[in-house]
Design a protein around this ligand. Sequence first.
Ligand SMILES: Cc1cc2nc3c(=O)[nH]c(=O)nc-3n(C[C@H](O)[C@H](O)[C@H](O)COP(=O)(O)OP(=O)(O)OC[C@H]3O[C@@H](n4cnc5c(N)ncnc54)[C@H](O)[C@@H]3O)c2cc1C
Length: 350
Amino acid sequence: VDRCPFLADPGVPQRRAHRARILSPSGREAVIDLREPLRVFRRSDLNSLLQKRAGRAGAEIRFERITGFVREGPGWRLRDASGREERADFLVGADGGAGISRRRLAGDVALPGRSVGVGYFVQGYTSDEIVLRFLPDLDGYIWIFPRPDHLAAGICGPPGTGAGNLLIRRLEEFLIDHLGVSSLRRVVRYGANIPCYAQDSAAPPALAGNGWALVGDAAGLVDPLTREGIHQALESARLLAECLCAGNARGYARAWKEGTGAEMAWAASHKGLFFSLPFIESFTLLSGASASVGHVVSDLIAGRQEYRTLRRRLTRLAPRAAGALAVSALRRVLPGRRRFPPAGFFPVAG
Ligand SMILES: Cc1cc2nc3c(=O)[nH]c(=O)nc-3n(C[C@H](O)[C@H](O)[C@H](O)COP(=O)(O)OP(=O)(O)OC[C@H]3O[C@@H](n4cnc5c(N)ncnc54)[C@H](O)[C@@H]3O)c2cc1C
């Protein structure tokens, strides 16, 4: 939103989430008040908004499927599905994780960090909180994001045969537990492969070459921890545009790797730790018990906390967080004001 302030315009349909509910594999729960609302957009609204703005800025928008391209001198010749051909000086592959440009330009068939994301649009419900549910044996998580007139619920995990169906079953179980079985009555399924930043940070993705560049999912720039890629798609496109305008196409890969790319490389190399049970359990416990750690989580969700400085910030907070944890443990152990009868019990008349 800082980079694209027009997204804050209340005229753009969006839902604001004010809380995050984090559920750990053991069932621990942390509810965090977000320091700034998380804006959730319907993808079709976001896409058409960006497309209209591109058109107003001078881009010529054509709804054609590119079926192939070949080198022609210093430039390219492209063919679309109607058989029409056209020349271009510079080629930008922005055709997502399943597109043709990555394979043909970067020569990669499969991305090492691939994930699968599947989900349901749950009609008839919305809320003002996001839910993140971690599971004991999953390198991934379940989410529920409220949109203006429905919930986007999803789950991500590693790819493999039947992975999508196995994941959707786990999501269904969670939705039944969390929202009730009626939530599954009006759902629309969605899903796709998610091309994450490569686990092996020594082999960062090929972003550009002579007369071409890749942006967004086509370049495999998705955050391997959150599996979010919209920010990276917009950011890589912005950097490339700046470099092209400055006549410095070669500067693009360097600019990416020094900025958001360094964050993604950190994320890729810490994935094992992030999804380990001890980390998720203690993170949930501390986020719920300590307001300061809750602030860190809020900043992470807002994209304001860099991964690379996360450890330093948490270490600084450790004494305060330990204090808060001790107080919350004492509250549970020491007799406070007696509640009688305890919650859930009530006296029977007579
Ligand atoms: C289930 C799921 C949930 C997700 N949730 C989130 C989220 O909450 N937040 C987040 O940040 N990210 C999320 N992501 C990741 C996010 O969707 C992607 O990272 C993001 O859409 C990448 O944008 P992109 O423009 O690079 O690619 P895409 O959004 O895939 O766009 C590529 C476009 O290119 C077009 N195209 C493809 N081939 C051709 C061709 N040959 N000719 C012409 N056009 C072509 C496609 O039709 C498409 O419109 C999610 C992904 C999945 C699968």
